[in-house]
Design a protein around this ligand. Structure first.
Ligand code: PFF
Length: 456
């Protein structure tokens, strides 16, 4: 049921919105990225700072984005134009829309791999595979241009079809089905992992902080991971907020989304580290961790075929609810501002993401001029991931905090949250965090990166 009186669409229910927003937040960022970044940054101490950043930067920025969206009922560009016309602020919306298409392009490449691995798992490709063979298998798989491109097209096609369905009948309906399936599969796999022999060491690495591991670069990574994981800094939550009914409590909804996202990240770590240590593998395995390590682990487990297929299905599902939100941002922009019809907007934006995704899809393989960015020495996909998924989102979050704190004003956010007698608990604390703590903390991290020239 569509509750809005205008043509834009709206969430049909409160739980529908929370599931859709949690679906956006929960994705490859939690299940693929969080464990490997945790592994590379020393384990439990990183996890602790990640939690702190979710609470004191992520949650305040999310409340801000939702309030901007619901107040203006617009996409990011339209929202900033409405609140600060004839200024530079709408550029922040443009940055968000561009970042959305950009992240969608390379994110869909990785999501395509997960779909490919699910199909491989069903076909029994992972039988009797040791670590080295799994590594070879992965390298071969991702470096075949045809396979990468086909899965990219298929995955983007599925995303486009869901977004075509619109807000309540497309995004919300799918989120309601997909999110519970995800949670169920994750819990089953975690139970399997923590009961493996030798799982204890992995639990200690993951849960017992070693404070000697704290460093400024670890803090920067924890902040980047928190923003990426919560889908903040590019206006996704402005867009999703624009479909929320006035009677909903934005602060409480934001709290639920942060809670669910963090819970899934915690569970993903619980699923991966015990199994990893039980198999005597290296936690600093990097981005290939999930694709290389897990198939070998599942093969050594009774019923591993089912767990393996289940896991990659789970990862595909999680990625899909995130790509849906990434595509919705540019689509909402085109529908609102350029008055395009939804099908046209979906078709053209999906096509754009596909074209932009080609270099990422090919950069793992034989097309050598795309494999390394001169001077930086990264593959194109990793380069895009850091530039867009890290710097662009952090810049966005910084300016959203400044916009709310000093341009639109914290009072207006509080007014929006407390509509229809809703309570905004800790409103003063939120004001302090968004005006002072968030901008200063994010700027400090940027300064550190500039000074140390540790860009990539
Ligand atoms: N939050 C998603 C994840 O953790 O996989 C990725 C993402 C989606 C980032 C939407 C940014 C965004 F706007």
């Amino acid at each position: 049921m569509d509750l809005s009186s205008n043509h834009r669409g709206a969430w049909g229910s409160r739980i529908g919105f929370i599931l859709a927003a949690a679906g956006s937040a929960i994705g490859l960022g939690n299940i693929w990225r969080f464990p490997y970044v945790t592994g590379e940054n020393g384990g439990a101490a990183f996890v602790l700072f990640y939690f702190i950043f979710v609470l004191i930067i992520g949650l305040p920025v999310m409340i801000s984005e939702l309030a901007i969206g619901r107040h203006t009922q617009k996409n990011p560009v339209g929202a900033f134009s409405a609140l600060a016309n004839r200024s530079w602020w709408p550029l922040l919306g443009i940055l968000g829309v561009a970042t959305g298409v950009g992240i969608l392009s390379y994110y869909s490449v990785i999501a395509g791999w997960t779909l490919g691995y699910f199909i491989k798992a069903i076909g029994g490709s992972f039988t009797d595979m040791n670590g080295e063979q799994a590594m070879q298998h992965f390298t071969q798989f991702v470096s075949d241009p045809k396979t990468s491109l086909i899965y990219l097209v298929v995955f983007l096609g599925i995303t486009g079809m869901v977004v075509m369905g619109g807000v309540s009948s497309g995004i919300e309906r799918w989120a309601k089905i997909l999110m519970p399936v995800l949670l169920f599969l994750l819990i089953v796999l975690t139970l399997r992992s923590v009961t493996l022999q030798g799982a204890k060491e992995g639990l200690a690495f993951y849960l017992k902080p070693d404070f000697s591991k704290i460093s400024l670069s670890m803090l920067a990574n924890a902040l980047g991971q928190a923003l990426f994981s919560l889908s903040l800094g590019m206006g996704t939550m402005i867009t999703y907020g624009s479909y929320i009914a006035k009677r909903e409590n934005l602060a409480i909804s934001a709290g639920y989304v942060c809670l669910f996202d963090t819970l899934i990240a915690i569970i993903s770590g619980l699923m991966i580290f015990p199994a990893l240590f039980a198999m005597g593998l290296d936690p600093e395995g990097g981005p290939g961790l999930v694709f290389v390590v897990l198939p070998t682990i599942f093969e050594q487990m009774p019923g591993g075929f089912i767990f393996g297929a289940g896991f990659f299905l789970l990862l595909t599902v999680a990625a899909l609810t995130s790509t849906i939100s990434l595509l919705e941002v540019p689509v909402a922009y085109m529908v609102d501002e350029k008055k395009w019809r939804r099908p046209k907007a979906v078709l053209l934006m999906t096509l754009l993401a596909l074209i932009l995704g080609v270099p990422s899809a090919l950069s793992q393989g034989a097309v050598s001029w795309l494999s390394n960015i001169p001077l930086i020495g990264l593959g194109f996909l990793d380069f895009a991931n850091i530039l867009l998924g890290n710097y662009s989102l952090t810049t966005g979050a910084l300016f959203i905090a400044i916009f709310v704190g000093y341009k639109w004003g914290v009072k207006n956010v509080i007014k929006e949250v407390t509509l229809e007698n809703n309570q905004f608990y800790f409103a003063n604390l939120w004001s302090f965090l968004i005006r002072f703590f968030c901008p200063i903390a994010i700027l400090a991290i940027f300064m550190y990166i500039l000074i140390t020239r540790n860009y990539f």
